[in-house]
Design a protein around this ligand. Structure first.
Ligand code: NAD
Length: 442
């Protein structure tokens, strides 16, 4: 019995925490890497550094509340930690560890000079005022102190954090470290304080580049391009709304959209720009004229070609994977599909373009922002998108080639090999090789 089977045999998926679920994805890929020493496997699976902080914040009504936050650096073999900060009530240390690990594999796949990191504060941003969010951010960053820095660990936006949050992070760090060019300490900043053109759209734009390139390889019969496909998007924030717009512009029909309050469907297609304007006015897409309301559960099982999960983790699970009707799941969100769901989708012949490739446009343009900050330069949007497209396509090529090779090697009775396993195998290989090349200290 291998590590995965032991872990799954002891607990059901609902009982496994996000870090354990991620280890199942890791183990699936690691079994295909020859000569990976057991001790090295343990190192690659474990977070290098995990910080938990607790701090009080004065609320607008004068009361005081205690908040808990985490920052994890999973691996620094290729460079400083890089990864988002999320504000959400469901943030846990285990979730942050799982997402920091994902960032390690993502940066390795995209050949970025960063390791993986992630952070989060347990809070409900929807119930907090802007001033309260600013005080939480400043105090969180102060608590992290010199554990973040332009060459040690570099935060970015994630769920329910945005360029405003990044501006507060920069400002706090800059006040604490006067006399230096501190712009590269955080990415996803507003343009006028060192943000990059194209960063806000990068995740959705990159998803389109990666999906187009994958479909162009003929991996799905009869689906050679995004143009003419029917698309459903779960989650309509930064990643989801930009993806919907870009896929619409590329000739797809967006038939379903959802946010945390529910979903909408239209057989004739939904204009993403109109949906965004409706959401800005009403706080949700639900109720948009000429659409039918759907629950989030119904949305995931709509008849479509491409399903884009762009919300939170663990959305496609053993309980609902069988009802997914899409032919391609393109993961804009981080870890939206559980390991058991992966197997169900693979057995149904549904291709999953995994998060570590699909949504890597965000961290890629974050890297470009960091480079521009270090050089005190501003690149134009065409240059940013040209460079990002090339890098995304190169990553898709590597994943596709590895998948093809693994598929050829597999026996008739073996489980089908999916793109996630291939992508993880490429990334683990690179990090393992670089670790040994640097030499185990001392
Ligand atoms: P965001 O806060 O801008 O948007 C989140 C959206 O998801 C909102 O529309 C919210 O209403 C919706 N949502 C929340 N829970 C939902 C649910 N249960 N069902 C349906 N919708 C739900 O966040 P974002 O930055 O767009 O991030 C979304 C996902 O993409 C996250 O998993 C994040 O880790 C991933 N991601 C984001 C980036 C980036 O650059 N922003 C990069 C890579 C990956």
């Amino acid at each position: 019995m291998n590590d995965n089977q032991t872990e799954l045999a002891q607990l059901t998926e609902q009982e496994l925490d996000p870090a354990q679920l991620h280890r199942i994805h890791f183990n699936r890929a690691a079994q295909y890497i020859e000569g990976l020493k057991r001790g090295l496997i343990e190192f690659l699976k474990s977070p290098k550094r995990s910080i938990a902080v607790c701090f009080p914040v004065e609320m607008d009504d004068g009361s005081v509340r205690t908040f808990h936050g985490y920052r994890v650096v999973h691996n620094r073999v290729f460079g400083p930690g890089k990864g988002g900060v999320r504000y959400h009530p469901a943030v846990t240390r285990e979730e942050v560890i799982a997402m920091a690990s994902l960032m390690t594999w993502k940066c390795a796949l995209l050949e970025l000079p960063f390791g993986g990191a992630k952070g989060g504060v347990v809070c409900d941003p929807k119930s907090l005022s802007e001033a309260e969010l600013r005080r939480i951010t400043r105090r969180f960053i102060t608590e992290l102190g010199d554990f973040i820095g332009p060459y040690t660990d570099i935060p970015a936006p994630d769920l329910y954090t945005d360029e405003k949050t990044m501006a507060w992070i920069f400002d706090t760090y800059d006040i604490l470290h006067p006399g230096h060019n501190n712009r590269p300490v955080v990415t996803g900043k507003p343009l006028d304080i060192g943000g990059s053109l194209g960063r806000e759209e990068a995740t959705g734009q990159g998803l389109l580049f990666a999906t187009e390139h994958l479909l162009g390889k003929g991996i799905i019969n009869g689906l050679q391009s995004v143009s003419g496909t029917r698309v459903v998007v779960q989650g309509f924030g930064n990643a989801g709304s930009v993806a919907a717009k870009r896929f619409h512009e590329a000739g797809a029909l967006v038939v379903g959209i959802s946010d945390s309050q529910g979903g909408i469907y239209s057989e004739d297609g939904i204009n993403p720009a109109a949906a965004l304007a409706f959401k800005e006015e009403h706080g949700t897409v639900v109720g948009m004229p000429d659409t039918m309301s759907k629950t989030n559960e119904e949305l995931l099982s709509l008849n479509c070609d491409i399903l884009i999960p762009a919300a939170t983790g663990d959305q496609i699970t053993a309980d609902n994977a069988d009802s997914v009707q899409a032919r391609l799941v393109a993961e804009a969100a981080n870890r939206p599909t559980t390991p058991a769901a992966d197997q169900i989708l693979a057995n149904k012949g549904i291709v999953v373009l995994p998060d570590i490739v699909a949504n890597a446009g965000g961290v890629t343009v974050s890297y470009y922002e960091w480079v521009q900050n270090n050089e005190n330069e501003r690149w134009d949007i065409d240059l940013v998108n040209f460079k990002m497209k090339q890098r995304m396509e190169r990553a898709v090529d590597c994943v596709f080639d590895r998948w093809f090779a693994l598929k050829e090697e597999a026996g008739e009775n073996d489980e089908p090999v999916d793109l996630r396993t291939a992508a993880m195998a490429v990334a683990i290989d690179r990090v393992a090789y670089a670790t040994l090349e640097r030499g185990i200290w001392p």
